[in-house]
Design a protein around this ligand. Sequence first.
Ligand code: SF4
Length: 407
Amino acid sequence: MQERQLIFESVLPSELDPARYSKPVIDGIEQALTVTCTDGKTVTHNPAEPKVAPSIKDDFDDDELVAFAENLENISPEELERRAKKKERPNNPLFKYRRGVLSVSDLSAQIWCEQQLYYKFLYPFVLNDEGEIKRVDDKPHMLCGTALHLERELEIQTKVSIECKTREDSYGVRLLNMVQGINGLLTWNKPNERYITREMPIFGNMYGGKLYFRGIIDEINYDPRTHQLEVVEFKTRASKTAPKPQQTYTHEVQVNIYRTLLDELIQGQVDKSLYFERFNLQPSTPLCEAVRNEYKERGFPDINTLENAFDLLMKLTFRMPTITTNGAIEYILQSDATWKHRKEFQRDEKHLQDLLIKSEPFWLGTREPEGVDIEDAFKCQWCDYGEICAWREEKANEFSRKKKRLN
Ligand code: SF4
């Protein structure tokens, strides 16, 4: 049995928390948002009172001027700089909705239905039958998945929160989780036991492509007897049946992306300046004391900046004994975590490369989103956008035109 590992969680000041940007707004007014908690109860977050600058209000009569002046009064220099940078960014889905970095689950969602993914960007909130505004992804089965993931994580790890002051600190914490997961493997001294680490962050642009990815690998395990490194993804099931091929397909792609990202990291195929550019980070910003201390306690006293942390990670991954040999998905039953179904599979690099070639133009804004093919129309039954989906309507019209011709 291996010793419990620590997994670090960054706590950012509220003004730097990315969650604050994602609020429902109607006609420029922020709305109350209802959120389901892990215990199934719901909480409604009411919007904060809008700030008004009274001193300026007294000086102007014209409504437009007042609005403009209030706006200026309330905008911090950092916010002005952020807006200026935003103007320089390309106006495509990759930068407009994802600030230049995709999560691995974005690609899985795209494979499921690209049109649905695009609708989620345009309409991320839904009004339910109770008149509450909720996030479209706020579904009980998703929360159950999150809770079970946390349970698996806490089987071998203990969460430790670190108070951060800057975004660079928070990325320093992510790199620390990678550093300690990999260092644990390098210093593993039980030749007959597997080493396991969970919730390992990962990043990179596969095969030097234009899309940049970030994600969290559920589990990496290493068998010192066979030198096999395995990437495992956990998924939950509502029933005790093996998942259908259409469901396992997206999960397999997800695992294959993680394996490719991890292997590229191990092989040193990572562009350092691209990492800082895509995540919009300053490599030389000093890390706060709390983050530096955690590195020091793990045996790395010379980590003062994010760049130092990045270089350390590269040094350690280069010493990894092997690249990933296996990929697996473990399905766990939502109502009984002792029921498991495991699927192992081979990597298909050519297929992954073809998939990236197909996906890239959508993100770069050079082609329109596409919905599902007629044989995958079953996906539309559970889709939140079925009633407004132009793609579905077009396919239905196409189908009835064909039918008329045949009759
Ligand atoms: S209705 Fe069907 S095609 Fe349209 S977004 Fe939903 S799943 Fe995709």
